[in-house]
Design a protein around this ligand. Structure first.
Ligand code: ATP
Ligand code: MG
Length: 259
């Protein structure tokens, strides 16, 4: 069955897009069929997958408003070997325009039904807000992956996010679970990083992924070449970590399915 995961954290700049793009490419390397959904008007995941957001003829905006469908709007990331439902600034308008529409929180879920059989994984990159767009992501997903930086303020906001996820699970999408917390931009030279990382493990146990993504400049450079980091420099520490994370996800899903 297709697994649909949201990568969400309402904090800005915590590594959501880097995680979505590199997990998509990492899973593609492991022979998985992947659709990346860019649910952020910044269009960073679209660009990071090597697609020019300024030249889109059709995007997720039209899909959410019912003017097009996913089959028409999706494009191929040749670099990453996965499909992309792309976004650009137009998407910011959808937030307001959707207010008038029926089932406005389930527009993405309904739109994805048509293509879900084409994929093993659908990964949704959420914007840094608990907005109607993020709500659409949470309603469409089976699980949420939460990237976190191991810094002092990381835990702040986590309770808002987990309360939102609980509310969505109770009221809108009973399937929804937190798949796991992913430690990103980890700097082993910083004592604080290690302390926060240990705290996360103590508090959240096996909800914390074993894979830790290090801070690695190659991951930050890759988008300017229109490539996921795991393709741009596969031997870099960051790329290796995201490939390991892809393998961990596959393992975790096998365990979940066996339960
Ligand atoms: P936003 O909330 O704006 O959508 P985001 O949560 O999607 O941001 P990213 O865009 O993935 O975060 O990352 C923020 C910045 O940090 C980017 O410049 C990215 O290249 C850089 N970055 C992300 N992960 C790493 C890493 N492991 N090592 C080094 N730089 C990283
Ligand atoms: Mg982002």
């Amino acid at each position: 069955m297709t697994k649909i995961f949201c990568v969400a954290n309402q904090k800005g700049g915590v590594g959501k897009t880097t995680t979505t793009v590199n997990l998509a490419a990492g899973l593609a390397k492991l022979d998985q069929r992947v659709l990346l959904v860019d649910l952020d008007p910044q269009g960073n995941a679209t660009m990071g997958a090597g697609i020019n957001k300024a030249k889109l003829t059709c995007s997720i905006y039209e899909v959410l408003l019912g003017m097009s469908d996913v089959k028409t709007a999706r494009v191929r990331s040749e670099a990453g070997k996965f499909d992309v439902l792309p976004a650009n600034r137009e998407l910011a308008g959808a937030e307001v325009e959707m207010v008038e529409l029926e089932n406005r929180d389930k527009r993405l879920r309904d739109a994805l039904k048509e293509v879900s059989a084409d994929y093993d994984f659908i990964l949704i990159d959420c914007p840094p807000a608990l907005s109607m767009l993020t709500l659409n992501g949470l309603c469409a997903a089976h699980g949420v992956i939460i990237p976190m930086q191991c810094e002092y303020y990381a835990l702040e906001g986590l309770s808002d996010l987990s309360n939102t996820i609980k509310k969505v699970a109770v009221n809108l999408n009973p399937d929804l679970k937190i798949v796991g917390l992913l430690r990103v931009m980890f700097d082993p030279r910083m004592t604080l990083s290690q302390q926060v990382s240990d705290q996360l493990e103590q508090h959240f146990g096996d909800k914390v992924f074993a894979t830790v993504i290090p801070r690695n400049v190659r991951l930050a450079e890759a988008p300017s070449y229109g490539m996921p980091g795991v393709v741009f420099d596969p031997s870099s520490k960051g790329a290796q970590a995201y490939i390991a994370f892809g393998a961990e996800m596959l393992e975790r899903i096998k365990l979940l399915d066996a339960k």
